[in-house]
Ligand binder design. Structure first.
Ligand code: SAH
Length: 401
């Protein structure tokens, strides 16, 4: 097996089980590691530290999978990782109605692998050289262990590109999933409103079909929507709106730049026989909010759930300005005592930084803003303590005076 020796001072994160070895931490490589194959990580002293999977094209040269020198990264390792991840989802509230993230990459000790269950089907994202090299073993293991009707690949092509991998999508095993899967969430404990039915498009929808990470937050935000005029910014297929309507919203305004997303939102609201007046606005949230401000429009609840603004460290400043801008605009559009549910799914924007951004927006908007709830990703997206990067979705429910 090839070995990587770390530069002096760079062993600490590895000892503390952070799963990434960046190119800059590598002092020397012995042997000729093959993409996707195991490599041993050594301290500058030569001591064995960990074993991971090599990726020669990526800035993350190795993704670490075990800190036990006796553990080989073979099919049995893969199967036991899958079994552990799946057992960890047992007993979680079914907030998404038969859909669940079963495997969340590094957080579940399986870097580069994401598996979501949608009813009888699985969607899989194979994002790194290490998982690509195990593609056949992986599909076999998922088919044997979880007995789905079909396994469909929806790999995120930006991430594959960083790994030097070509795009990859399509049926991997079993039957093609239907065009749409109907998800029937159960009500969270203590909630009086019945959750809406939501459609997921596994093959062409965003992410792997829906935003499972927001599943628990939709019911939380709906609790503020009774009798409210609700503005759902970056609505996608209308998850927040459908919950808001079920909770008794007076009106809905959904903004998204994607006509396909708004079509799905229309279908979702129709499917639930929601009679709440709804306005579907195709446009850029940054511009539409400015136009609403000029018109003097007011809302009682505003949801801001934008896409990831920061994909790299170099984009953090620009992303910060973007988050501040939409929060500042939304605060000005809220009636006094209104509710702002604001999210960021950029892993590079920490919860602390996000709070500072919302604070900056409140000062510039001249409004008193109280955080009344802190929200995060749904529990099927666990945050691994040794890998703080796995905490990516954060949100605040704020009261804006
Ligand atoms: N709130 C949704 C998920 C939002 S995902 C849910 O709960 O399911 C982000 C959405 O923002 C995508 O649908 C994307 O089409 C849309 N989008 C991205 N940039 C936008 C912009 N500048 N203006 C409006 N919509 C945008």
């Amino acid at each position: 097996m090839a070995t990587i020796t770390l530069r002096p001072g760079r062993e600490r994160p590895v000892i503390q089980r952070h799963p990434w070895v960046f190119s800059g931490a590598v002092a020397s490589v012995r042997g000729e590691p093959v993409d996707g194959e195991p490599v041993d990580i050594l301290a500058p002293s030569g001591d064995w530290l960990a074993r991971g999977l090599w990726s020669g094209h990526s800035q993350i040269r190795a993704r670490l999978c075990t800190w036990d020198p006796n553990q080989q990264l073979n099919e049995e390792w893969l199967r036991s990782g899958i079994a552990r991840a799946v057992s960890g989802r047992a007993g979680l509230a079914d907030g998404a109605g038969g859909a669940c993230r079963l495997i969340f990459s590094e957080s579940d000790g399986l870097p580069g692998l994401i598996v979501d269950r949608y009813g009888d089907y699985l969607t899989v994202q194979i994002l790194t050289q290490g998982m690509e090299a195990r593609r056949n073993e992986l599909v076999r293991a998922l088919a044997d262990m979880l007995a789905p009707r079909g396994i469909f690949e929806r790999s995120d092509n930006d991430m594959r590109e960083k790994e030097g991998l070509p795009p990859s999508d399509g049926l991997l095993w079993g039957e093609e999933p239907p065009d749409q899967i109907t998800l029937r969430p159960t009500a969270p404990p203590g909630s009086s409103a019945t959750p809406p039915i939501l459609l997921a498009d596994l093959r062409a929808g965003q992410k792997t079909g829906t935003y499972l990470d927001q599943a628990i937050n939709r019911a939380r935000v709906a609790a503020y929507c009774k009798g409210a005029n609700v503005l759902d910014c970056f609505s996608y297929s209308g998850g927040f709106s459908a919950y808001a309507a079920r909770a008794g919203a007076a009106s809905l305004t959904l903004i998204d730049s994607s006509p396909a997303a708004l079509d799905m939102a229309r279908q979702n609201l129709a499917l639930n026989e929601i009679a709440t007046p709804a306005d579907y606005v195709e446009g850029n949230v940054f511009k539409v909010l400015r136009a609403y401000r000029a018109e003097g429009r007011r809302f009682d609840v505003i949801v801001l759930d934008p896409p990831k603004f920061a994909n790299s460290q170099g984009q953090v400043n620009h992303a910060t300005r973007g988050y501040k801008d939409i929060n500042w605009l939304a605060m000005q559009l809220l009636s006094p005592g209104g509710t702002l549910a604001t999210f960021s799914c950029s892993g590079l924007i920490s919860p602390d930084l996000f709070q500072k951004i919302v604070f900056g927006a409140s000062v510039d908007a001249g409004r008193d803003v109280q955080i009344i709830e802190r929200l995060g990703q749904s529990p099927d997206h666990p945050i691994l303590l040794t890998f703080p990067e796995s905490e990516y979705l954060k949100g605040f429910v704020c009261r804006v005076w």
